[in-house]
Design a protein around this ligand. Structure first.
Ligand SMILES: NC(=O)c1ccc[n+]([C@@H]2O[C@H](COP(=O)([O-])OP(=O)(O)OC[C@H]3O[C@@H](n4cnc5c(N)ncnc54)[C@H](OP(=O)(O)O)[C@@H]3O)[C@@H](O)[C@H]2O)c1
Length: 253
């Protein structure tokens, strides 16, 4: 896992407080990139930034709630004031809140749509001018959206989560038609079962148990596996777009 092309990059990683986001930030920083770490839990971000800086990397903890426009605007200002223009955005923050549709959990639907779709759009809005400017100057510029296998595969009780991820995958595809001609790569990463904190917010005991059973039934991916794919994707030559990748544990069909 050595990606020397990443040494000069300036990255924003959302959802960097845990799981795939933290692993991606670690790998990017280890390769020499400047990395802004965005999420809501300041203590987690500061601990990670401290760890990365102590290891000789460059990392900045930026507390941000992507469901809050003012918070994203303030985060963008902090990132720009510290690092200047960003050329790599990893839109990774997300929540997964399954329940039967018949339960009518408007609270969960709203939270998932506002985080997984509108939140991603807020981040895209904040940093697309950076990406197009970097590309216009001849630099490599990347927008990576972390979607899910749930955008294609149907899981009962995960309908709204799957819908947000299908929308994110579609958004990425559509954005390629606008940003590709401007030399900004847009890529979609669609992971399968990965061992992170994602299932920790499930409030339905049966569904929590069902998800736990999947982890018992097969060896899941680690967050580092996703980080490696993201780093590989964004370190290709700038005319090569690995536009959509599905990454699953070998035993997940
Ligand atoms: N794990 C899997 O099996 C799997 C499979 C396919 C796709 N995914 C996707 O992978 C992405 C990363 O998830 P993960 O598996 O690494 O789970 P995770 O450990 O729960 O990470 C999710 C991250 O998103 C952040 N976040 C949540 N809401 C936020 C908000 N409103 N504003 C800013 N940050 C927010 C969380 O930090 P704070 O709570 O501190 O804000 C956390 O760091 C998600 O988009 C998820 O849907 C996961």
């Amino acid at each position: 896992m050595n990606y020397p092309a990443l040494a000069d990059r300036t990255a924003v990683v959302t959802g960097a407080a845990s799981g795939m986001g933290a692993a991606t930030a670690r790998l990017l920083a280890a390769q020499g990139a400047r990395v802004a770490l965005l999420a809501r839990r300041t203590d987690r971000l500061e601990a990670l930034a401290g760890e990365l800086t102590a290891a000789g990397g460059q990392a900045l903890a930026v507390t941000a709630d992507i469901t809050d426009q003012a918070s994203v605007d303030a985060a963008a200002t902090t990132v720009h004031d510290t690092y200047g223009r960003v050329d790599l955005v990893v839109n990774n923050a997300g929540v997964m809140l399954p329940n039967p549709l018949a339960d009518g959990r408007l609270d969960e639907w709203t939270r998932m749509i506002d985080t997984n779709l509108t939140g991603a759009l807020r981040v895209i809005r904040a940093f697309t001018p950076d990406l197009t400017a970097a590309a216009a100057d001849g630099h490599t510029a990347d927008l990576v959206n972390v979607s899910s296998i749930a955008s294609h595969v149907l899981f009962p009780n995960y309908a709204v989560y799957g819908a947000t991820k299908a929308a994110l995958t579609q958004l990425s595809a559509a954005l390629r038609t606008e940003l590709g001609p401007r030399d900004v790569r847009v890529s979609t990463i669609e992971p399968g079962l990965t061992d992170t904190e994602l299932g920790g917010h499930i409030d339905n005991a049966e569904l929590r148990e069902q998800l736990g059973g999947m982890f018992t039934a097969m060896p899941a991916l680690a967050a580092e596996d996703i980080a490696d794919l993201i780093a590989y994707t964004v370190s290709r030559p700038r005319h090569v777009n690995l536009r959509q990748s599905v990454i699953l544990p070998t035993r997940q069909a």
